[in-house]
Design a protein around this ligand. Structure first.
Ligand SMILES: [Zn+2]
Length: 391
């Protein structure tokens, strides 16, 4: 069956120092517009106690951009991109109004990351070489590494720079994807997340996560030293900072590759995958900061996406199911503290690895949830392409 999805195609842009400068400049302008609009809104609130509203803000900024000498350089950035910045700010405020986040903040322009164009201000050009694509942004042409075909209808184009100062092109696309018709639950797999072992399945098989950060540790150290040797505020220091940032990005890339690989492996073996619903706050309390290093949340998104694409199903059990404390053999419940790696049932005498026991329970929990076991759409569009996870 065909399903409409929104997905993101991400490409690395060719390096071209002169033109890169123009793109960086446009991203900087986007940052300036953000800060300007935010300052305006704050002042307005101080004076009137009210919110300006998106429409009036857009009009005002457009006027500054077109009619004043002082802000004429904002025209470097396309008008749609300017509007997009204001829409982002509006969204941030709307989240703040319903108390989902704090007050929007001022941002360092150098650290501002992107601007987005909708239908106007850009154009894909024919490329005479298969290895790269060409795009016109404003008046200039740029090349990008087109390692795959874009399918579907392009809705927006975002130019991003990552923490290592590299430029990326992201196409947000509406696409009709062919999804295999619901593979009716044949093989069911239950999985338990763990700190030492990334995942344990109900057969007791453990899927270990390589320690990506450790692998790169020597590089991190070298680059850290390089940064601290350079004069503060100098160009050299900035460049050394980029090298350091690249190392951190590489760690993320490797982890992400591992997550995709694992997600595909699991979908090879099973038709229905059962997990516990992640409770990051509780996990952090229990396990400390290392949880974020493992990237469970990212893995969950990826496995949802991969399963969806392959017509497999994913179920997440209720958060409060005490899967670790129940004997998978007789159902007797007993307390287990964090250090106990073995589950030993006082009732039926079962002795089993703690995570293995939990995974069996999780798998069994699926039957109670099959009613809700429809194919879950990936909760929001995730970048399924490109390599850098954090931009
Ligand atoms: Zn038992």
């Amino acid at each position: 069956m065909y399903v409409d999805v929104r997905r993101i195609y991400k490409f690395r842009m060719y390096r071209n120092d002169k033109r890169d400068g123009h793109l960086h400049q446009q991203i900087n302008v986007a940052g300036l517009v953000w800060n300007h609009a935010l300052a305006l809104q704050r002042r307005y609130y101080r004076l009137t106690g009210k919110y300006i509203g998106l429409g009036r803000l857009k009009k005002h900024i457009a006027k500054l951009r077109m009619k004043t000498q002082r802000y004429a350089f904002w025209k470097d950035l396309g008008s749609q991109a300017v509007q997009d910045v204001l829409e982002r700010l509006d969204k941030a405020y709307q989240r703040f109004f319903v108390k989902q986040s704090g007050l929007p903040r001022f941002k360092k322009v150098k650290k501002y990351r992107s601007f987005t164009l909708k239908q106007a201000g850009w154009k894909l050009l024919d490329s005479d070489d298969k290895r790269y694509g060409k795009i016109q942004i404003g008046k200039r042409e740029y090349k990008f590494v087109q390692h795959r075909q874009i399918n579907g209808v392009i809705k927006t184009v975002t130019v991003k720079r990552d923490s290592a100062g590299r430029l990326w092109l992201c196409f947000s696309v509406f696409e009709k994807l062919w999804i295999p018709e619901g593979v009716s639950a044949g093989e069911i797999g239950g999985f338990d997340f763990g700190l030492q072992t990334f995942l344990t399945d109900h057969t007791g098989h453990k899927y270990l996560s390589p320690e990506f950060f450790k692998q790169e540790l020597h590089r991190v150290k070298t680059h850290n030293r390089a940064v601290s040797r350079k004069v503060k505020g100098s160009n050299n220091r900035r460049k050394a900072g980029w090298m350091l940032a690249r190392t951190h990005i590489r760690v993320g890339d490797k982890r992400r590759d591992f997550h995709f690989q694992l997600a595909h492996d699991l979908c090879d073996k099973y038709d229905l995958l059962v997990f516990e619903t992640l409770n990051m706050d509780a996990m952090k309390r229990l396990w400390g900061r290392k949880v974020s290093d493992l990237g469970f949340a990212q893995f969950v998104k990826i496995v949802e996406w991969v399963a969806f694409k392959r017509g497999k199903r994913v179920i997440f059990l209720d958060r409060w199911t005490p899967t670790t404390q129940i004997c998978s053999n007789c159902g007797e419940r007993q307390k287990l503290d964090l250090k106990q790696r073995i589950f030993a049932c006082g009732h039926c005498g079962l002795v089993l690895d703690r995570d293995h026991n939990a995974a069996i329970n999780i798998r069994a929990g699926a039957s109670a949830h099959t009613a809700r076991g429809e194919v879950r759409l990936p909760s929001d569009s995730i970048a399924v392409d490109g390599r850098s996870p954090r931009l």
